[in-house]
Design a protein around this ligand. Structure first.
Ligand code: IMP
Length: 196
């Protein structure tokens, strides 16, 4: 089975590859294509955006396509940045500026009020028009400063519940074993196993 991964985010691509390894699926990314449609994330929810991305690429290439839409929800900020996670500090989608803004907003907020969760929705748009959606979440807290160099996005300031390290201090395999994306992908792996 051939499957396109509908993202240009190398962090997501690496995690999806690791999670779907051994499935016997051939994964294709944007790097193999000379043209790649620009898809605007106009949905109001992670699920809407995941479906928009998966269907747009499936319609363009006529190949099974999976898309991830994910984000960070901070309780003290009433769920922000949420669906706007990648563009929190502006349209240039700069992860460092996003973290700076988040830390600024949480200045002086004590540790027990810094709870948050990562949420991930994976959508699979089948070439013959079917659609499957899976979800995962990972609870944790926002650290007062960056720690570690792994992962991507908000990983350096997210400490998963039950861990003393940040998400960016975990190996790829460790992150996938507890992360929102890892959970959603394990569910999607079961769906794919039923289709192969
Ligand atoms: P999307 O590409 O619109 O789904 O944006 C997802 C954004 O959420 C990313 O750019 C990150 O800012 C954040 N995010 C999602 N998953 C993760 C993760 O695993 N680690 C760190 N940040 C994440």
């Amino acid at each position: 089975m051939d499957l396109i991964i509908a993202t240009r985010n190398q962090g997501k691509i690496g995690e999806i590859r690791e999670a779907l390894d051994m499935l016997g699926v051939v994964l294709h990314t944007f790097e193999e294509f000379s043209e790649w449609p620009q898809v605007d994330e106009v949905g109001q929810t992670l699920e809407e955006n995941a479906v928009i991305k998966a269907e747009a690429l499936r319609n363009h290439f006529d190949v099974h396509t999976i898309a991830d839409d994910s984000g960070l929800e901070v309780n003290f900020l009433e769920g922000r940045p949420g669906v706007l996670s990648s563009r929190y500090a502006g349209p240039e989608e700069d992860p460092e500026r996003n973290i700076d803004l988040l830390l600024k907003e949480l200045t002086s907020v004590p540790e027990n009020w810094r709870s948050a969760r990562f949420v991930c929705v994976i959508a699979l748009a089948l070439a013959e028009n079917g659609l499957r959606v899976t979800k995962g979440e990972c609870l944790g807290t926002i650290l007062p400063e960056r720690r570690g160099t792994g992962g991507f996005g908000y990983d350096p300031v997210f400490q998963p519940a039950g861990f003393s390290s940040s998400m960016a201090e975990l190996s790829l395999a460790e992150k996938n074993s507890i992360s929102h994306r890892g959970k959603a992908l394990r569910e999607m792996k079961k769906v794919l196993e039923g289709l192969i």
